[in-house]
Design a protein around this ligand. Structure first.
Ligand code: HEM
Length: 214
């Protein structure tokens, strides 16, 4: 699989088949999100829910499988070898753009999971039609500690099973810290946007914009 993805691609002179596949998949997912966003705007809650949820879960699954198959690290795997242009272009344009892309996509991925959870928390079905419930939406301290404890237990178990170096352990510690930071940010967001409906629409719009520019 790794060899196949590393073969020369068909879209650019120096690209790999894996890079071409990812580009086409990213394009397809962006189009699906734009359609899902339009459905949300047109108050088609059921269709918006089905499309955004399906597209987000498929996207997360695709990129997880892709990076595992490829051996991870966009900068490390593509590196200078995957870049056919002059050195100045690599340093002054390619690397900064790739850094911005990775930053935007990393924030976008965390937001994707956050938005799916928020969607389920705030959407209600009335006469078979899904709408957003207006009114205050907050996480109880009990739920906060349960999720934090659950994440700690999960990462600790995975860390113990898959332990073989300190570098790998750091990844699991980072995973747990990410959950903790998102929970703390959610507590802050609850103060700025107490209304669940407004929170879903505002952060949802921001997430969609990030996906389109990322
Ligand atoms: C990454 C995931 C998601 C994103 C980025 C997102 C984004 C959005 C945005 C931007 C809107 C407002 C559109 C507008 O008024 O301009 C919206 C509306 C809505 N979303 Fe989501 N959403 C996501 C997932 C979900 C999920 C999983 C559900 C249900 C469980 C859901 C249910 C709804 C509903 C019911 C509406 C309101 C439709 C109406 O106005 O009647 N969303 N969403």
């Amino acid at each position: 699989m790794k060899e196949l993805l590393g073969k020369p691609g068909f879209l650019a002179a120096h690209g790999t088949l894996g890079a071409d596949l990812s580009f086409l998949m990213a394009l397809a997912f962006t189009i699906l999100f734009l359609i899902g966003w339009r459905m949300g705007k047109k108050k088609q809650g059921n269709r918006h829910h089905a499309l955004t949820l399906g597209a987000m879960v498929s996207m997360l699954a695709y990129f997880t499988v892709y990076y595992l198959a490829r051996g991870l690290g966009a900068l490390a795997t593509e590196g200078k070898e995957g870049f056919g242009g002059p050195a100045w272009l690599y340093s002054y344009l390619f690397t900064p753009l790739l850094t911005i892309h990775i930053t935007v996509v990393s924030i976008g991925l965390v937001l994707a999971v956050y938005m799916i959870v928020l969607g389920f928390r705030v959407a209600v079905r009335k006469n078979g039609h899904r709408t957003l419930q207006a009114g205050p939406l907050s996480m109880s301290m009990g739920a906060f500690y349960k999720i934090l404890g659950g994440a700690f237990a999960l990462f600790a178990v995975i860390g113990l099973i898959r332990w073989h170096s300190f570098a790998r352990l750091k990844v699991y510690i980072a995973g747990f810290l990410l959950v903790a930071v998102v929970l703390l940010i959610e507590k802050g967001i609850e103060r700025w946007f107490p209304d669940g409906e407004r929170r879903h629409r505002t952060i949802g719009t921001f997430t969609m914009v990030l996906f389109v520019i990322g």
